[in-house]
Design a protein around this ligand. Sequence first.
Ligand code: PLP
Length: 155
Amino acid sequence: MTIPYPSLSTALIDHCRSQFPALARRQGSHEAIYLDGPAGTQVPQSVIDAISHYYSTCNANHGGLFATSRESDTLVAEAHRALADFVGSDDPDEVIFGANMTTITFAFSRALSQQWHSGDNIVVTQLDHDANVSTWALASTPPTVLWMSPISKAK
Ligand SMILES: Cc1ncc(COP(=O)(O)O)c(C=O)c1O
């Protein structure tokens, strides 16, 4: 099966690459090439600027009655709305931000495990990153079974 993909012009690729400062990094005389983003996804300059702006201007606790807290809450609410829009949700409250995928999955699996019953199965696959296997295994107290679904080539 051939999966169609849009053809990208060199100019568009160069434009996209130029937004990621890390892609300009050199290792000796070679350009650095990132094949995958584990342990630190590269981010575009706009994200670096937004984070820098937040810490420079309104980093504060949530729900305070002071200016930086109100500005921070406004920014967070805008981020929830933007992400809800991005994933096609009408409800920004369905969006939860957390420290990282592993931490969130630990919390999520522990919460769900309160509802598990004897005979329930957790299904993960060989394609899953360990962060989506260990988290479920640690939340899984017997008799719940962690099942590694085998992956085979499509026919
Ligand atoms: C494919 C993949 N999934 C999940 C994770 C875990 O991500 P996080 O660092 O957000 O916990 C990583 C981290 O290396 C990863 O490479």
